[in-house]
Design a protein around this ligand. Structure first.
Ligand SMILES: [Mn+2]
Length: 349
């Protein structure tokens, strides 16, 4: 597997060398994992391969990533696409490296530039994305808890992170693993290596990742709770609701309330369904939300869907309540099927 990875890096370097400029990009509302991996690859291409390189994010950074970029004073190296920049970019032969997303819908206003790349490379830890079909090379490793860990594994030997890169990668890992809640042994070994780099300060990293929930997020959570519905299938609970923003945060709060699976819908110009599950429940039932459920919801919405075992999403067009009900039904059927299987096995034994 690692051999494969290093072959992929060799190919990646050749591809980058063949074009004039490199653009590193990621998903809308980039989080600390997206920021850290973009910044690390940006430095690698710029300093090791000596290519003109830009970080261009579809809609900039999320709150906590903004705080990190400010702290390390790198915010002026991060662009958001503007008309001028877009038209300039047309004239260059470009490599685009997309990190932390493999779905076209997550690229926002950058979609056209990215799909028009002379060479498109996707590095991600989410599975099932539709961007991979357009990529000239892709490194998709759902086994990694964060892209920060993945890019460090890919490039750490040839481009040892300096203190800022190491701090950012560490924060990317801490953020995506929810403070190591879903980390594995390899994550901890990587973290150990990053902590050994001079200038890396664990307490500071934790401090920088702390942001007080803002008022609108609190209200979104409370409104979602007012509209909450749930279904019980044996000992399992599916909770579902809708909001206009903060879907991820709302879904997490529903798991905290006691749901096994939380389904949160929202719609503005698109219809979006996100789903989060309790890892232990999903494991017990053998359900992978990113593979078994959300691609079907994506197809239902004539868009796309995918993600991780316990965190997945679908985006497309259609009526919000129909989409929510469809997702609830799918999850319900999946749980019922799993329960039938489990009880059948018991009888056989
Ligand atoms: Mn990530």
């Amino acid at each position: 597997m690692l051999n494969n990875i290093f072959n992929a890096i060799g190919r990646l370097i050749t591809m980058v060398r063949n074009n004039d400029i490199t653009i590193v990009t990621s998903h809308k509302n980039s989080d600390p994992d997206a920021l850290a991996s973009s910044f690390y690859i940006y430095n690698f291409v710029k300093n090791m391969l000596h290519k003109d390189t830009y970080i261009i994010l579809p809609e900039g950074l999320n709150e906590v990533a903004k705080k990190i970029a400010h702290y390390f004073n790198i915010q002026d190296r991060i662009f958001v696409p503007e008309t001028l920049l877009k038209s300039c970019l047309k004239y260059y032969k470009k490599t685009v490296i997309v990190v932390d997303t493999s779905s076209i819908e997550q690229l926002g206003g950058l979609k056209d530039i990215i799909l028009a790349a002379d060479t498109l490379i996707v590095i991600d830890h989410h599975s099932g994305g539709n961007l991979v079909e357009y990529a000239d090379a892709s490194i998709i490793k759902p086994g990694y808890c964060s892209v920060s860990e993945l890019v460090y594994k890919l490039l750490g030997k040839i481009h040892k992170p300096d203190s800022i890169e190491a701090m950012m990668l560490l924060m990317g890992i801490i953020y995506d693993t929810r403070r190591f809640l879903i980390a594995n042994k390899d994550t901890m070994l990587t973290v150990n290596e990053l902590l050994a780099i001079p200038g890396v300060d664990y307490r500071r990293a934790i401090e920088l990742l702390r942001v007080e929930m803002d008022l609108s997020e609190k209200i979104a959570r409370l409104k979602a709770t007012q509209r909450l519905r749930f279904k019980r299938i044996n000992e399992y609970i599916i909770a579902y609701t809708h909001v206009s923003a903060f879907e991820g945060s709302v879904a997490r709060s529903l798991l905290d309330l006691g749901a096994d699976i939380a389904i949160v819908g929202s719609s503005n110009d698109e219809t979006r369904i996100i789903v989060r599950g309790r890892a232990s429940t999903l494991k017990k039932l053998g359900i992978d939300l990113g593979k078994d459920v959300m691609p079907l919801v994506g197809a239902y919405l004539k868009g796309s869907g995918g993600g991780h075992e316990a965190a997945a999403a679908a985006i497309g067009k259609g009526r919000l309540f129909d989409a929510i009900n469809y997702t609830v039904k799918l999850v319900e059927d999946r749980i019922q099927k799993a329960l039938d299987m489990l009880s059948k096995n018991k009888v056989v034994r």
